[in-house]
Design a binder for this molecule. Structure first.
Ligand SMILES: Nc1ncnc2c1ncn2[C@@H]1O[C@H](COP(=O)(O)OP(=O)(O)OP(=O)(O)O)[C@@H](O)[C@H]1O
Ligand SMILES: O=P(O)(O)OC[C@H]1O[C@H](OP(=O)(O)OP(=O)(O)O)[C@H](O)[C@@H]1O
Length: 211
């Protein structure tokens, strides 16, 4: 029996859609994957092994080869800057990375709050604008409301969080979707098994493209 292909899935928001997509692609996903507290779950046919990680940690598992493949948001990939192959756009977890703030954005503190400090810093460097990026781990929309920052760089999906807090989008920095990534060595050594998974998923991703 061949060694199984290890796939790191992001726990949380995108997990149910990821599981649905894998099943639609005819890939065997353990019955209890999204309810169980287990972190390593083999598929019944023994060809795949799923590991469940925090989204932000998925690129780390894949770069070090602890997982051959990973399913993770483009936001996390842009921020993590790991050395991985991006194989497929899965077309789920669709949102936008945006610069947001109060409707009349005034630069007072010259600070921008974000859970994505690299993405924010890259954006302002490209704009030639000097700002201090302040890292926050969530509820980032709070920062401009209480004077911690003038603006934020954060994900916007429906726009509801912005609206309920009196904030608006000033610029869309990047469209975001969930991607499948591969470890560089695995891609060469386990090419056949990786191709099987990639092609199965490619057939069912709505509007997603091969990268
Ligand atoms: N409205 C949204 N807000 C945040 N992420 C979204 C949204 N819509 C899609 N996504 C995608 O879902 C991924 C996972 O989001 P999720 O909230 O589960 O993880 P997280 O930000 O690491 O959460 P936490 O820090 O609370 O564990 C994001 O990286 C992003 O690619
Ligand atoms: O446009 P919307 O549909 O309102 O979605 C966007 C919000 O969702 C995410 O936060 P999340 O719910 O992950 O909580 P967090 O602020 O603790 O990260 C994101 O950081 C925004 O705050």
């Amino acid at each position: 029996m061949m060694e199984p292909l290890t796939i790191a899935l992001s726990k949380g928001r995108i997990l149910p859609q990821t599981v649905a997509l894998f099943r639609r692609a005819g890939l065997e996903v353990p019955e209890d994957l999204d309810e169980s507290r287990k972190l390593i779950l083999p598929s019944a046919d023994g060809r795949l092994q799923f590991i469940l990680a925090k989204p932000v940690d998925v690129p780390t598992y894949v770069e070090y080869g602890a997982a051959d493949l990973g399913v993770v948001g483009k936001d996390v990939l842009l921020e993590a800057r790991r050395n991985l192959y991006e194989l497929l756009d899965l077309g789920i977890g669709r949102c936008r990375m945006c610069l947001c703030g109060l409707p009349d954005l005034v630069w007072r503190t010259h600070r921008v709050a974000s859970k994505y400090p690299h993405i924010a810093a890259d954006y302002f460097r490209d704009q030639g604008k000097q700002v201090e990026v302040v890292y926050l781990n969530g509820s980032v929309e709070l920062a401009p409301l209480v004077g911690l920052a003038d603006a934020i760089v954060d994900l916007v999906e429906t726009g509801r969080t912005l609206k309920e807090n009196g904030l608006v989008i000033h610029e869309v920095i990047a469209p975001i979707t969930t991607r499948m990534v591969a470890n560089r060595m695995s891609f060469r050594l386990k090419g056949e098994a990786i191709d099987r998974v990639t092609q199965a998923l490619q057939r069912v991703v709505g509007g997603g493209d091969s990268c």
